[in-house]
Design a protein. Sequence first.
Length: 230
Amino acid sequence: MLLAELEVWHSRPIAPTRRVSLGHLVLPADPAPGVGGLLLGAVVAAHAPEIDEELAPDIHRLLNEVERGDRVVQPRLRHRFQVDRHGLARSLHSVHSEGEQLTFEFRSQGTPLQQVLGAVYALERLEHGARRVVAPALRRAYRWRGPLGQAFIEALVGGASSSLSAVTNPTAWALDLLGFPPGTVRPSKKDVAARFRSRVRDAHPDAGGNADVAARLIADLGEARRILSA
């Protein structure tokens, strides 16, 4: 199932000018960073390693300006951001779900820099509160080196599980994981702590828990406690 999509339009490799524009955007970011912010981070992480290191300060400067909502003077990083897409090539990036598993798909037709610029400018389309959460995630993504799997998703969303439920509705995920009954809205910190201790005790291999998944489950339980105790 398609969860988020980013369409970036850009100059063709043989074009004498360098331009970037945005097309269709599906970037849900509530609660932030959401799957929309996660997709922007994945686009940055997938393409940043191929960008000249000398351009990194300018990219971060542009990211800061977009995060603050400043007027961005054009052109930036030798590319002009514009509305018109006539004559431009198209790249399409998306995130999908298969059950609780999230997967990314990148269809890049332009340069890595054009893809990262598209992701940064797309940040501007998010509500101000979401921008303040997603922008730091993009900074982390720019430094990321490695596969875009579970560890990457957890790094971007701040330590939560990489499952779809944890990204799109962390409170509901935490309530379910700790075993609160349906309809529970705001349990007390005392109840959260009690549920956490009980679930950790049951998950431990010494109490009959599955040793192969115990470490992962206990880590998720700790994250669920953090979410509900915040």
